[in-house]
Write a protein that binds this ligand. Structure first.
Ligand code: BGC
Length: 835
């Protein structure tokens, strides 16, 4: 069967629109079922057709621009001049690989949380004209990163969308929080929540309706992924707990959270369509890994009431994520009952009709393929008006859900290169204290021999080395973004100056940066001690024979737009080795945007302590000094595996790079990413997932594992099909099926906080050896003090995704249960039988 394709989507043959005809719609043999997979043909064809300028204007060429608001090129991302007139290869071989799910399910407030908001929103959309509805679904120029259209006659304001996940970027008098990966390393539900609440308060204070975060996509499948640090962890459970808690915190503060990027945006390389180069990479994943790894964290955010979700740039099983009906209509809006709105990633819309019918609700930052053209599609029947009403209703429902219709602060976003002309709105409050606390709690001590740390009162003479100890002397390359302007050195591997956040739209804009050296100065001045330094040399030669310790600061940079060239760099490794060669008490501090391999020096006998200090935000130095001097005992845990060598990540070291028009990234490893792969293959990591030392010691005692009473009477294999889905998925997925208890005792001689982790081995030979399914960070325990911990295992935590039943399935059999201090330091074990 043949269909005529319009430039903004697909129209069945008998629905030829004037636009389709005028734009030279072209014939395409297509199974009707693969509706959402069509637009890349359209893109390819456009690169040819756009030689005719009137046609490009008609097609909404702005949506095709590859020059989005991203931070610019990275290594290997150099813009090559390509001949724009390229006839793309046939897309037919890729058809049908992402199941079609139509029509798009309208939201009606069936989740109790959403009922009132949807009732009000339905009421309001009923009063809107088609042009007004259309204006709510698209972006317009304005002060924010994205601005919807207003309907003044009904007091609907333009909604302000703004980055990013770790603070308002590009503004003054806002805070620079630790990055997602850093707060995840705290393994602390309360800190994750407070992080979200403080972020939310800043966004709301500046009149930002929609905050573009938090992030769980990328999850972190690829070790060198450029944006893994914006997310929370490559473990879906940790990422999910974090995404849920941060979402709740942000929304409790009155801001619409936008968990992103949905879904499978696991690499930066070829993340987007490029004119003359080809389509975006396609993340090809099986249904089980899709659910058990990548969808999993988003479930928590939805469960907590997320008002928006951002779809991603790349293709998923060959269909662009922002028009992928399986992901949007199917997984998000049907399976998970999402009642808020889906916003495109910036310039990530690839078609008009197809994206509308596949479940996209808002296009940003401009009209993309919508605006008046979507109106035309409604008039000619390609998109039913109810779909457009549903888009607008979802937007307004989120606005009502967060009570933004009453007393919402005016939007105060200003360019930094012009006088403000208005009264300043300072939203920092006392967030510096929380940033200090999270900065310390997310720092991971991985080596500490001879009780090097904490420093005692006799440690008064310190030498400080490395480019990462201080802020760089020159101003930021991009005055709006610390680290977003690529102040890099050493071939894009490192940041020139102390690194507190990383690059791209997920970075932030600190009012000030307390560098490690500054905080050490403050402390040493108080102690009337001695500091000596060399931030410039790779091979410092001046010896200070009386120094108590040498601190070396290095970092590992990453950014949106490119994947990391390496997990280490030679100049930094040489610097550490050179310092270690002359200093018997060398302490290495690594600020890193993700995994950093350390085998070049970590076993050196003179390297006595190593801290993974992550991306701690503006209070960096204060956080670190609190740990070095023992005011706080380290309790951060690695949210990923640090391998001995890069090759140990095997096929998951690098993103998939290919020169083809339709590049593929096959997720052939299924469930086995990071520690799941290391455990299966028996690879000894340098530092395993969940690892981190303390200044004290803890014993784990008295494990109890029990089915909860209701579950022990009847625990069905599947959730009850007669119970309706609400936002977050089938409600029974969140029921507790089992409870695990244990006791933690501080057996050392200092106070400290322990992070106990619960791992589960699900029966069957097709499941990972063990998977994180619970964690608890104890309160501060003095020597001899104990803490009783309780972990709840929900139906989802124990289930596998059954691809035949298309449902989470609680297998019958014996589940193994471990509680320990890391994924390999398992102190207690038991079993749970589900029959
Ligand atoms: C990024 C998003 C970001 C948006 C707006 C895109 O390039 O992928 O994460 O929110 O830009 O700045």
């Amino acid at each position: 069967m043949e269909y005529l394709i319009s430039l903004y989507g697909q129209l069945p043959h008998n629905h030829t629109s004037t636009t389709a005809a005028a734009s030279g719609g072209f014939l395409f043999p297509s199974p009707f079922l693969a509706l959402d997979q069509i637009s890349f043909s359209i893109q390819g064809a456009l690169s040819l057709l756009c030689a005719v300028t009137w046609l490009c204007a008609a097609a909404g060429q702005d949506a095709l621009s590859t020059a989005g608001p991203g931070p610019g090129p990275g290594p290997g991302a150099a813009q090559v001049a390509h001949d724009p007139i390229v006839w793309p290869p046939s897309e037919l071989p890729y058809y049908g690989r992402s199941p079609p799910v139509y029509p798009s399910p309208p939201a009606n407030g069936s989740s109790p949380l959403w009922a009132a908001a949807h009732a009000r929103a339905h009421n309001l959309t009923a009063q809107l004209t088609l042009p007004e509805l259309l204006n709510l679904t698209r972006g317009f120029p304005g002060p924010c990163v994205g601005n919807t259209g207003a309907v003044p006659r009904l007091s609907i304001p333009s909604l302000c969308f703004y980055d990013g996940p770790s603070g308002i970027r590009g503004q003054e008098f806002v805070s620079a929080f630790p990055a997602g990966i850093h707060v995840a390393a705290t393994f602390d539900h309360d800190l994750l929540y407070r992080y979200g609440a403080a972020l939310g308060a800043e966004f709301r204070g500046r009149g930002i309706h929609v905050a573009l975060g938090p992030v769980a996509g990328p999850l972190g499948r690829v070790a060198r992924g450029g944006r893994n640090w914006e997310g929370l962890s490559n473990d879906p459970y940790l990422a999910g707990q974090g995404l849920g808690a941060i979402t709740r915190g942000m929304q409790d503060a009155g801001v619409i959270a936008t968990p992103k990027h949905f879904l499978l945006n696991e690499q930066e390389s070829r993340r987007r369509w490029e004119q003359g180069v080809g389509e975006a990479v396609s993340s090809n994943v099986d249904d089980r890994a899709l659910h058990e790894l990548y969808v999993f964290p988003f479930m928590n955010a939805l469960r907590e009431g997320a008002g928006a979700v951002m779809c991603s740039y790349q293709r998923a099983n060959h269909s662009y994520a922002c028009q992928n009906s399986k992901l949007l209509n199917g997984v998000l809006k049907t399976e998970l009952g999402f009642e808020g709105f889906v916003v495109s990633d910036w310039d990530g819309q690839m078609s008009g009709v197809a994206s509308a019918n596949a479940g996209l609700d808002v296009v940003m930052p401009g009209a993309g393929f919508w605006g008046e053209k979507l109106g035309e599609a409604v008039r000619n029947g390609s998109v039913v008006e109810e779909r457009v009403k549903d888009m607008a209703t979802r937007v307004l429902a989120a606005w009502f859900l967060l009570r933004q219709d009453e007393g919402f602060p005016p939007t105060t976003i200003w360019p930094t290169d012009e006088p403000r002309g208005e009264e300043l709105v300072d939203v920092q409050a006392d967030h510096a204290e929380l940033i200090h606390e999270i900065g310390a709690a997310g720092t991971v001590l991985v080596k500490n021999v001879n009780a090097t740390l904490p420093f005692g009162k006799h440690t008064r003479f310190l030498c400080v080395y490395g480019y990462d100890a201080v802020v760089k002397a020159a101003p930021w390359d991009n005055p709006d973004r610390y680290s977003g302007g690529y102040d890099v050195n050493f071939g894009w591997n490192t940041f020139n100056g102390t690194m507190v956040t990383a690059g791209g739209s997920g970075g932030n804009t600190p009012g000030y940066v307390v560098s490690p050296f500054q905080a050490l100065q403050e402390r040493v001045a108080r102690d009337k001690g001695i500091l000596r330094w060399d931030f410039a040399s790779e091979n410092p030669t001046t010896r200070y024979a009386n120094a108590d310790a040498c601190l070396v600061f290095i970092n590992a940079y990453a950014s949106e737009s490119f994947d990391r060239p390496s997990l280490q760099d030679d100049p930094s490794d040489r610097l550490v080795l050179n310092v270690a060669a002359m200093c018997a008490n060398t302490i290495v501090v690594v600020h890193s945007a993700g995994i950093r391999t350390v085998d070049a020096w970590v076993l050196h006998p003179n390297v006595t302590a190593v801290l993974f200090a992550g991306l701690p935000g503006q209070e960096s130095g204060h956080s670190l000094v609190s740990l070095l001097y023992g005011e706080i005992s380290p309790s951060g845990r690695l949210p990923y595996t640090v391998a001995k060598k890069e090759a140990d990540y095997a096929s998951l070291l690098n993103s998939s790079v290919s020169d083809t028009w339709f590049p593929d990234s096959d997720f052939a490893e299924g469930l086995y990413i990071d520690y799941r792969a290391f455990d299966r293959d028996g690879i000894e990591p340098r530092f395993e997932f969940g690892f981190g030392l303390s200044y004290t010691k803890f014993a784990y005692e008295r494990l109890e594992v029990a089915l909860v009473v209701t579950a022990s009477e009847s625990v069905g294999e599947y959730p009850d099909p007669s119970v309706a889905v609400i936002q977050g998925g089938h409600p029974e997925l969140w029921d507790a099926v089992a409870v695990v208890k244990c006791t933690i005792v501080n057996t050392g001689d200092r106070e400290g906080t322990e992070v106990a982790q619960l791992y589960v081995g699900v029966p069957g030979d097709d499941t990972p050896v063990r998977q994180l399914r619970g964690f608890r960070r104890t309160r501060l325990l003095g020597p001899g003090q104990t803490s009783e911990l309780e972990f709840e295992l929900t139906r989802r935590d124990l289930s596998v995704w059954d691809v035949v039943a298309q449902q989470w399935r609680l297998r019958r059999g014996e589940y193994r249960v471990w509680v320990g201090a890391s994924s390999r330091d398992l102190r207690l074990n038991g079993t749970l039988v589900v029959s």
